[in-house]
Design a protein around this ligand. Structure first.
Ligand code: ATP
Ligand code: MG
Length: 725
């Protein structure tokens, strides 16, 4: 095993001494500054406290990246650090003979993956999983990697080809502002919080040039379009339109300056006008022309007016609720912007149609006020979610390379980190389920595989007890009974069932699971899942309804009547198309619940990840106020626990840092053997005799073994010689 020291210079401060592994203390003369420790596997002992102190020392010294064995820890600087992301630095990492010997950086991971994918011996697809809690810097890091590849994997020299390359790279980069405008929002924890998960596959040709990309998104938080928590905001794009539209556009979209919209809370922040221009420009680059853009913005303005329709409760249950007086203008404007007849729009929101009986007779029932609100919100969510999916497909058709023009890919995954709030529901269950899956992937790849390999190779190795989260996954998604299956079952049976009943069902059916927590102190119906990152209490109220994500079929039919070109495209009338919104009973295919769809897309993602060599970047938020130079130990500690960093370091520190296949090892070092031919191979020699070992005559590894021993014998001699000279 080699102890590479990455060029540490002994410092004058002995503060770090107690945290260093003994062998390194000796090597470094026992004097090293804690902040210079750029690999956490070197702290001693590896505990939460020592890791925390090292990260803190580095953060305060403006050093934001630290290796943790096979993982890179990225601390959010919360301030611009332009010199850290310059194209010059990108080229430096790209050109370095051994980038891992430079300071830890996101570019090291970028370059490593790029070299792996380029490897002539066994090119293999790569993936980088960027994780961390909201505001930790996942999207920043992913963007930074995309910029890195746009520089290092750009097409070379010739003017013409350079122009083409620039177009595709630029287009790929342009997908960021567009997806962020439509999918990000200002939340309590992050002013630019991604409200969807994203996996982008950067496609490379045989010459390792980026020829395209494909984006897959997960679980857009569409409820935000109609409902924003206090002090949070709607998706950025709405503010951008309101602040950035020209006078003319304001008139067309009925957005007079200073107009108040109930779905546009906290509009006081500025700068959105500039962003609108950036979004429009990026959309243009992606092939979304100005008329189409205007159509999109018109529909979004329609949604804002839709949100202003407030209903007055009806005194007579048989009569529909009417919009309040000042909302009549909103109904008219929303209808006109959405290309719908005003009376039909209103009626669809006010009145529920029920089909019953053998003849599927249609009954019309006026909805109470709360249901009118729900139907209005549902309409907005339906439009926004379709629009977002459509945008992603347009982006993909603009940036995706033809199948024969790429051979390998590097995947970047930017998904929500583990979440635990006072009130957790289906969204958190899905997110935490995804994180359990990713953690299992990580454990399987690095920890279990590594340990099993050592065992097979008979290497001396004290096994580390890693936390296997399979029992937790069994609890969430297992078969035949799990939390997911029970929630789905409730949706399928469509029976009235209270939150308390659901809690009882889950707790009874899954009582044997070691990951179902004891639920003693709860006042509201809930259950507890003990995740690898800690226990989370999920409230059962509303869980089944959210899982159904019911979309009244008449709302889809309403939108199919729209005369607006964009909506006509988003809601085609083609009767063959079976949509999620088809009413149960009319379609033989089972209606997919939110959980089932999420599970399916997660499995697909994991399949892709399994086919790649994964790399991990754990983003850490040093404080929740977004302040530079502020490192709050408590807050960082909980994030370190949540990502199981200490266990990762233990494994990496105890493991062998370099693994080389027999063939590659011989290829790389056979020259040494010729320089220092072995003198003895007699019975006293510590080296095995030449010739094929008897035990495994046909194994290539066995054939190479004597050669390897020979080279290993020579290496220390050469290293000593180099040290003396
Ligand atoms: P969410 O899960 O809410 O989407 P996130 O992990 O994607 O959060 P980012 O949006 O990437 O978080 O980062 C939050 C903010 O932190 C950024 O808007 C930026 O201001 C700042 N930030 C993150 N990383 C860096 C960095 N390396 N340098 C400077 N600022 C950064
Ligand atoms: Mg993000």
């Amino acid at each position: 095993m080699s102890h590479c020291v990455n060029g540490h210079n002994p410092g004058s401060d002995g503060q770090a001494r107690e945290y260093l592994r003994e062998d390194l203390q000796e090597f470094l003369g026992g004097e090293v500054l804690l902040y210079k420790l750029d690999d956490l596997t070197r702290v001693n002992p590896v505990t939460l406290e020592t890791v925390l102190r090292c990260l803190q020392a580095r953060y305060m010294a403006d050093t934001f990246y630290t290796n943790a064995g096979c993982t890179l820890v990225a601390l959010n600087p919360f301030k611009p650090v332009p010199q850290l992301y310059s194209p010059e630095l990108m080229r430096e990492y790209h050109a370095a003979p051994q980038p891992q010997k430079l300071k830890p950086h996101v570019f090291t991971v970028g370059e490593q993956t790029y070299r792996n994918v380029k490897s002539l011996i066994e090119p293999v697809n790569q993936s980088i999983v960027v994780s961390g809690e909201s505001g930790a810097g996942k999207t920043w890091t992913s963007r930074c990697l995309m910029k890195f590849y746009a520089v290092v994997a750009a097409s070379p020299a010739s003017w013409e080809s350079h122009k083409i390359a620039e177009r595709i790279e630029q287009r790929i980069l342009n997908s960021n502002p567009v997806m962020e405008a439509f999918g990000n929002a200002c939340t309590l924890r992050n002013n630019n919080s991604s409200r969807f998960g994203k996996f982008i596959q950067l496609q490379l040709n045989r010459a390792q040039q980026m020829t395209g990309a494909a984006v897959q998104t997960y679980l857009l938080e569409k409820t935000r379009v109609a409902c924003q928590a206090s002090s949070e905001r709607n998706f950025h794009i709405f503010y951008q339109i309101c602040k950035g539209a020209s006078e003319d556009e304001r008139l067309q979209w009925h957005l007079p300056e200073g107009a108040a919209f109930s779905w546009l809370p906290n509009p006081e922040r500025s700068l959105e006008e500039d962003c609108f221009e950036v979004t429009r420009e990026a959309m243009l680059h992606l092939g979304i022309d100005t008329p189409t853009q205007n159509n999109i913005f018109k529909v979004l303005a329609g949604l804002l007016h839709l949100g202003n329709i407030q209903f007055a409760a009806s005194e007579d249950e048989a009569q529909p609720c009417q919009p309040m007086d000042d909302a009549k203008y909103s109904v008219r404007t929303a209808a006109s912007l959405l290309g719908l007849p005003e009376d039909v729009l209103l009626e669809m929101v006010q009145i529920r149609t029920i089909r019953a009986g053998r003849q599927q007779q249609v009954f019309r029932k006026p909805c109470p006020r709360a249901e009118c609100d729900t139907r209005r919100d549902c309409l907005a969510k339906l439009i926004y979610a379709r629009l977002f999916d459509w945008l992603v497909s347009v982006i993909n058709s603009s940036i995706c390379a033809d199948t024969d023009s790429w051979t390998t890919f590097i995947g970047l995954l930017d998904v929500y980190g583990f979440e635990s709030f006072p009130d957790n529901s289906l969204e958190q269950l899905c997110i935490n389920y995804a994180n359990e899956k990713l953690q299992q992937h990580f454990v399987a790849h690095y920890l279990r595989a590594q340990q099993e390999e050592y065992a097979v190779e008979g290497l001396e190795w004290s096994f580390v007890n890693y936390q296997d989260n399979q029992p937790c996954l069994d609890l969430i998604e297992g078969s035949p009974i799990s939390i997911c299956s029970l929630i789905n079952e409730e949706c399928r049976l469509n029976r009235p069932s209270s939150a308390a009943q659901l809690q009882t069902r889950i707790e009874t059916a899954l009582a044997g699971s070691p990951c179902l927590g004891h639920n003693k102190l709860s006042r509201e119906p809930s259950f507890i899942v003990v995740h690898y990152a800690g226990p989370v209490r999920y409230h059962t109220a509303g869980l089944v309804e959210k899982n159904k994500d019911p979309i009244p079929p008449e709302l889809t039919r309403l939108l199919q009547q729209s005369q607006d070109p964009l909506l006509m495209g988003l809601f085609p009338t083609n009767p063959k198309e079976k949509t999620q919104e088809e009413p149960p009973g009319q379609s033989r295919a089972p209606v997919l619940t939110v959980v089932s769809r999420f599970k399916a897309s997660l499995e697909q993602l994991l399949q892709v990840l399994h086919s790649t060599t994964p790399h991990y970047i754990r983003c850490i938020k040093p404080n929740s106020q977004g302040q530079a130079q502020t490192f709050l130990q408590e807050e960082v500690l909980s994030q370190l626990e949540a990502c199981g960093l200490v266990e990762t370091i233990h494994i990496s520190a105890a493991g062998f840092p370099i693994r080389v296949s027999h063939r590659n090892f011989v290829e790389r070092y056979k020259l040494l053997r010729r320089l220092h031919p072995r003198t003895s191979s007699g019975p006293d020699s510590p080296y095995p005799a030449k010739g094929l070992p008897e035990r495994c005559p046909h194994s290539e590894e066995a054939m190479l073994e004597p050669l390897i021993q020979d080279i290993l014998h020579t290496l220390p001699v050469l290293t000593q010689a180099a040290a003396i000279t």
